[in-house]
Design a protein around this ligand. Structure first.
Ligand SMILES: [Zn+2]
Length: 242
């Protein structure tokens, strides 16, 4: 039985001489590995389906050794991402984060899929400053997974007008000085302001956003640490913190 799905290529690897394996993130089934037959041939019809970031409609069929792609219609190739090294690293970090995750429900998966497309579009076409889309992606991803980071009050005691916020990496929430534990680290004020601005700005408006110098990287360090603590993994962030 064939299975039609909308998907983004997270990564691909070579198999045998002419074949490639692709890891897809699909709206319908989440992450799926599938084989593209004969795509190393330059004339192959589906050769564009092995490119990282390729987004399109895939048809998969069950073969003897796993799923095989039998048809592919490109919707967007995001090829600009491969022409600008900063965009490439940022978009790769987004897909690298997805590579580490499995979504527990259909609804979570669908929201993460839409978020991924918005993020790639923002990086690719949005004229957005470096790494803003990646930070926005992580902030929204945490919300989808049920632990939104931004808050105007201490998540533990509920106190408002908090002077110094601390990140509780054990639960991925902000707490006040009175509620902090040994697992907490202070969130720099500039990083908190950057978090607030990114949290409340839509993807479509990110191009107009200007965060104070250094605050975006301070925030990104917090977001990455939060991701790695929560999902117990290491993110591949080549080219991000330079
Ligand atoms: Zn508190």
């Amino acid at each position: 039985m064939s299975q039609k799905m909308q998907a983004i290529v997270i990564k691909s690897s070579q198999r045998k001489e002419k074949d490639a394996s692709v890891l897809l993130f699909s709206l319908e089934s989440g992450k799926v590995w599938a084989t593209l037959k004969g795509v190393k041939n330059p004339k192959a019809k589906m050769k564009t389906a092995q490119s990282q970031f390729a987004y399109g409609e895939f048809v998969l069929e069950e073969g003897k050794a796993g799923k095989i792609v039998t048809s592919f219609e490109m919707i967007e190739n995001f090829h600009e991402l491969c022409e600008d090294v900063d965009k490439f690293f940022e978009a790769s970090a987004v897909l690298g984060a997805l590579d580490k995750l499995d979504f527990s429900s259909t609804q979570e998966r669908a929201r993460a899929f839409v978020l991924t497309l918005k993020t790639l579009k923002g990086i690719c076409f949005g004229q957005v400053k470096k790494n803003y889309c990646l930070s926005k992606f992580l902030i929204e991803l945490f919300k989808i997974c049920g632990f939104g980071l931004f808050s105007v009050k201490c998540s533990c005691c509920g106190m408002k007008s908090v002077e110094r916020f601390f990140v509780d990496y054990a639960i991925g929430e902000l707490v006040c000085a009175g509620c902090k534990t040994f697992a907490c680290e202070e969130m720099p004020k500039t990083a908190y302001m950057a978090l607030k601005l990114l949290d409340t700005t839509d993807f479509e408006k990110l191009g107009t956003l200007r965060l104070s110098a250094g605050s975006e990287l301070a925030l990104l360090h917090v977001l990455v640490k939060d991701f790695e603590a929560h999902f117990d993994c290491k993110l591949n962030l080549i080219g991000i913190f330079i």
